[in-house]
Design a protein around this ligand. Structure first.
Ligand SMILES: Nc1ncnc2c1ncn2[C@@H]1O[C@H](COP(=O)(O)OP(=O)(O)OP(=O)(O)O)[C@@H](O)[C@H]1O
Ligand SMILES: [Mg+2]
Length: 349
């Protein structure tokens, strides 16, 4: 740990493989001379937290960490913010003003929501990054700046580039080093770790006796999909800490909607066989999935076609057509598709 503390890497909670890889890459970036870093990831995955950690762990930590949200400011104001202006550059420019590039010199400039920057400004940004030099609006002299630009986005920049709203040259410049923060559903191992961390954190912050999550509460946390990622779990736990009568937090204290069954199991078979889908990198055809599910449910119903049709919520004639299409028969050795395993959830599942 280079610099533990509030803004260090230790502030980033996560022991999943995906997060370990993120931190490993971040440590390499910190030690490098990379002048641009792109952080991508869905909302609430910790892009800003990581940007701060990158700054505070780097040799630039004596300089400033200057942050600007590119989606929140109109183009001409953003230009003046970034590059500064000279007196008389525009009607309201009564004096001269340093821009964020100058203020961040020696430190880090964090351009949040870069995907919303206009094409026009993107050109100027790229020029500033490549030349390490800026010119204030209305100015005539170039000013040297020594900065690391960290850009963040929850937009798919590649997609934006293909659609023509993000410049290719800037994209490739920023993408030299990019760190993608995984969504919380992709790192389920971290859900309880984060939840327990926030329980402790908010008990201290709201001066409540230490609390813990009940088993049922943990179960409901694990069943939620967390579209708002870490921000959502943080808010849910803060609310629970405030409302819980303690010392055990129960599911009723946590307002989350429970995730739909992710396993493909016919309702009547929920306590019976479970089909687990592992999707190989080469992909998986929907037909293969359908064939396997139908085969499994037929087997489960003892090849009772009416029952199978009911369990699959389809009319019987449609089931018959599918049986023919996939050449399914009770006597045939049931096909196994490498990607799909069946588990008997009665055996301890
Ligand atoms: N791994 C983590 N460990 C601890 N706290 C985290 C972690 N990731 C995010 N957080 C917390 O979750 C909240 C949201 O994080 P942050 O603002 O960095 O997300 P973001 O990716 O920038 O989101 P957005 O795209 O909506 O701006 C913050 O309070 C942050 O401190
Ligand atoms: Mg953010």
């Amino acid at each position: 740990m280079i610099q533990p503390g509030k803004n260090g890497f230790s502030s980033i909670i996560g022991e999943s493989l995906a997060m370990e890889q993120v931190i490993q890459l971040a440590r390499k970036v910190v030690a490098s001379h990379a002048t641009t870093v792109l952080i991508t990831g869905k909302t609430g995955t910790g892009k800003e937290l990581l940007a701060r950690a990158l700054h505070h762990n780097s040799s630039r930590n004596n300089g400033a960490f200057v942050e600007v949200n590119c989606s929140a400011i109109p183009e001409n104001l953003l230009e003046a913010e970034l590059f500064g202006y000279e007196r008389g550059a525009f009607t309201d420019a009564h004096g001269r003003k340093k821009g964020l590039f100058e203020l961040a010199s020696g430190g880090t400039l964090f351009l949040d929501e870069i995907g919303y920057m206009t094409m026009n400004l993107q050109v100027k940004l790229l020029k500033a990054i490549e030349n390490k030099r800026i010119r204030r609006v209305g100015g005539i002299a170039d000013i040297d700046v020594d900065i690391r630009v960290i850009a963040a986005t929850n937009r798919d920049l590649e997609q934006a580039m293909l659609k023509g709203s993000f410049r290719e040259d800037l994209y490739y410049r920023l993408n030299v080093i990019s760190i993608e923060l995984p969504s919380l559903v992709e790192r389920e191992d971290d859900i309880l770790l984060l939840a327990r961390h926030f329980v402790d954190h908010f008990c201290r912050e709201h001066q409540r006796e230490p609390m813990m999550l009940s088993k049922r509460a943990e179960h409901s946390l694990l069943s939620h999909r967390w579209p708002g990622n870490v921000r959502e779990i943080r808010n849910a736990i803060e609310r629970a800490v405030l409302l819980s009568e303690g010392p055990k937090i129960v599911p009723e204290d946590i307002r989350v909607t429970v995730r739909q069954e992710t396993s493909i199991a016919a309702p009547e078979a929920r306590n019976g066989r479970k089909i687990v889908l592992n999707i190989p990198e080469s992909g998986l055809s929907l037909d293969d999935v359908e064939k396997r599910v139908i085969d499994e449910v037929l087997h489960l119903s003892g090849w009772n076609k009416s029952k199978t049709a009911r369990m699959l919520h389809i009319p019987r004639p449609r089931l018959l057509r599918k049986i023919a299409k996939y050449h399914l028969s009770p006597n045939k050795h049931r096909s196994t598709i490498g990607a799909i395993e069946c588990e008997d959830s009665r055996n301890g599942g």
